[in-house]
Design a protein around this ligand. Structure first.
Ligand code: FMN
Length: 192
């Protein structure tokens, strides 16, 4: 392999693949969904989750108006839905109707939760800051939805039951391979 160093950073996707999520929101009688791959957990106590959303997205306005958002984690079977939701704007269409998206009941917010999600977080917006061309939205997780059969003990995703959707960039989606798992105990490895 040849190592090159470039100062022409461009759209930098060398750190992909990333888990693809569907972020949901509603306000003033409108509900919507968008794809977000720039997201992360931030804190256990309080439970905080961050998403990076361009202010151009219709969903951004709904989140600002309602101060709530949902983060939905979907199985690989939903990869086409993800491409549809991430390739259209709620400015012009009702994505729930157009893509036949079934909803589950939310409990602590009014955000739509996707029935197909193996897990979802309901979040209350606690911070909204601009970084470059995106907004960094921090939500406190107020409810966690999970399909219990999808998780092994310790709330670890059971890859025999669910394959998560990863985004590689350039419209390519992939999933994990169960035979590529290794359990490496940090207590043991930290002492080697
Ligand atoms: C795979 C994929 C990943 C995306 N990740 C993000 C993201 O992290 N942040 C963002 O603002 N937009 C992201 N987008 C773009 C939005 O999902 C897309 O612009 C969507 O149409 C916005 O919908 P809306 O205008 O109805 O809110 C992504 C799109 C795709 C297909």
């Amino acid at each position: 392999m040849t190592r090159v160093i470039s100062e022409d950073v461009g759209r930098f996707s060398q750190h992909y693949p990333k888990l693809a999520t569907i972020v949901t929101a509603q306000a003033k009688g409108k509900e919507n969904a968008m794809v977000v791959v720039w997201h992360t957990s931030i804190s256990f106590k309080p439970p905080l989750y961050g998403i990076s959303v361009s202010p151009k997205r219709f969903t951004y306005q709904l989140i600002v108006d309602s101060k709530e958002f949902g983060v939905n984690f979907l199985p690989f079977e939903a990869a086409e839905l993800i491409a549809s939701v991430g390739g259209s704007s709620g400015q012009n269409i009702d994505k729930f109707q157009r893509f036949n998206i079934a909803k589950a009941k939310s409990v602590k917010t009014a955000v739509p939760i996707l029935e197909a999600a193996y897990a979802a977080y309901e979040c209350k917006l606690v911070d909204d800051r601009g970084y470059g061309d995106h907004r960094w939205l921090v939500g406190e997780i107020v409810a966690v939805h999970m399909m219990t059969e999808a998780f092994a003990p310790e709330e670890i995703l059971d890859l025999n039951k669910v394959s998560p959707v990863l985004y590689l960039g350039n419209e390519l989606y992939l999933t994990s391979a169960e035979d590529k798992i290794r359990r490496l105990d940090r207590q043991v490895y930290g002492r080697r």
